[in-house]
Design a protein around this ligand. Structure first.
Ligand SMILES: [Zn+2]
Ligand SMILES: [Zn+2]
Length: 148
């Protein structure tokens, strides 16, 4: 698994701060689950996070992993990609960014575009509710899948 070594220290500092401010106990389990998402570029779903953490902490239950992921998401420490709650992928990159999703293998890559960040949302959206943020998803076939 590829890791974001550069940001990891910063991410852990923020994790500590946010948990402390929210009055949430800094358990070893929570830290490992956060690390699994924050250190991954793969946008893992809950299943994959569980498998990754389970190797290091065999006593950890799947239920705890699920609950912790949604807790981390509520705290703003991670974000989610996609709409469906069962197959939600978690994202350790909380800075504004967009995604390229391969329709064959499901690989999800981050990309950045200031132009897209500043996109004007249509007025229609005001009738639907308050928009907090948005992401552009580009669908296609990734290099690995088109080479084979
Ligand atoms: Zn692919
Ligand atoms: Zn992302």
């Amino acid at each position: 698994m590829e890791t974001y070594n550069i940001n990891m220290e910063q991410k852990m500092t923020r994790f500590n701060e946010v948990c402390k401010n929210a009055g949430i106990k800094l358990t070893h389990q929570r830290m490992e689950i956060f690390k699994e998402v924050a250190g991954s570029k793969a946008h893992p779903d809950a299943e994959s996070v569980f498998r990754g953490v389970h190797e290091r902490m065999p006593t950890l239950s799947q239920d705890t992993v699920y609950r912790t992921l949604w807790l981390l998401k509520d705290l703003g420490l991670i974000t989610t990609v996609g709409v469906s709650r069962e197959r939600t992928r978690f994202d350790g990159n909380i800075h504004p960014h967009h995604h390229f999703v391969c329709s064959r293998c499901g690989s999800t890559y981050d990309f950045h575009s200031r132009e897209l960040d500043e996109l004007n949302l249509p007025d229609q959206i005001k009738d639907m509710g308050r928009a907090d943020d948005f992401q552009v998803t580009v669908k296609g076939v990734c290099k690995d899948c088109s080479d084979s």
